[in-house]
Design a protein around this ligand. Sequence first.
Ligand SMILES: Cc1cc2nc3c(=O)[nH]c(=O)nc-3n(C[C@H](O)[C@H](O)[C@H](O)COP(=O)(O)OP(=O)(O)OC[C@H]3O[C@@H](n4cnc5c(N)ncnc54)[C@H](O)[C@@H]3O)c2cc1C
Length: 376
Amino acid sequence: MTGRREFELIVVGAGIAGASLAYFLAEQGCGDVLLLERETQLAVHSTGRSAATLSSADANPTLLRIKQAAKPFFLSPPDGFSENPLLRRTGVLGVYPEPLWSTLRAALPALRETGLDGELLDQDEVLRRVPVLDPAELAGGILIADDGRLDVHEILSSYLRHARARGATLRLGAEIIGVIVEGGRCRGVRTRDGDFRARLVVDAAGAWAGTIARLAGAMDIPLVPHRRTIVTFAPPPGLPIADWPMIASDTHHLYFQPEAGDLMLSPMDEDAMAPCDPSPDEAVVADGLARFAKLAPALAPRALKRRWSGLRTFAPDRVHVVGEDPMLPGFFWLAGQGGCGIETSPLIGRVAADLVLRGRSDAFDTHLLSPARFAV
Ligand SMILES: Cc1cc2nc3c(=O)[nH]c(=O)nc-3n(C[C@H](O)[C@H](O)[C@H](O)COP(=O)(O)OP(=O)(O)OC[C@H]3O[C@@H](n4cnc5c(N)ncnc54)[C@H](O)[C@@H]3O)c2cc1C
């Protein structure tokens, strides 16, 4: 590989995390960025395998705040950001049996104060929207009408297009095999095609973020990848599904939604594993379909069309890890995107860019994201 060897910043991984950082850096005038991606294509790992949903409710108060702060970007993207809409507001509908339903109904006013804009639907209203649900399995639901489906390809390619237009360089097929540390500071990375140097190296390697940190000798943060699976199948002939929201049921431990004329379902599996290219576990899929047959018997598929798995990588408190390593100056974490890395990318990418360029951000309380929270 020929060309420049020194940059202001090197980003390891061109998934949604690395791409959104490159975009927000470029927006703030920093285009001297080298993005190094091991795969020869984009979106091979988590970013290309998601359910592509914006679901702004979250039981974790920090993630709820991050999601609330990120959502306006998708509702109203900056002028000229993308060629196509980023979000289809199909809605996300959580359904609940008693006694959970009564508890949630009572708690909704307090939840609204956190910014959650949910609409209570009684059982009849839920069934009017999605008539195939078994009434014995739910008492009501909460609909967030302006949540919905994200166009991940459009989001990722738009982040990268703008970053590259302002000077960022993207190299595919470039695997980091070592991290250069000199004088107690991270100075660059090693690839099979030689070394690249920078003021700061950003670890945005998704499930492999811990691997890169170990190569550098940075903090040991127990980031754990967890497999999640999705299957698709045809709806019964003639059933109009196009306008259904995503339906999520914690009780049945699944969610499903329309997907290009078919239905997409996740059994919400969460098996911890080493970083890898995971495939679906047949028993997990069978159990998930059995739970689905209870909630929506008329939809139980006879055959599956597609199935895939990807990794969702979590820090112990399930919140993103964003900031310079407290032990290794020059090494910057952008990891632990978990199950919401796409929908949180407008806020997390911006905060990461602020921290990289100025060491602080007005957009969020960065202590909640800092790797220093894991220092013992
Ligand atoms: C089934 C499933 C459903 C999901 N649903 C949603 C959803 O509905 N909404 C949502 O917001 N999020 C969802 N997520 C989560 C979301 O996909 C992730 O949080 C997000 O994609 C993580 O992005 P990333 O850039 O950190 O990781 P990745 O997309 O995995 O990118 C990391 C990149 O780093 C590269 N890399 C690794 N090691 C090296 C190396 N040594 N050298 C160079 N490059 C390297 C990898 O090749 C990879 O491309 C889902 C995830 C899964 C698996």
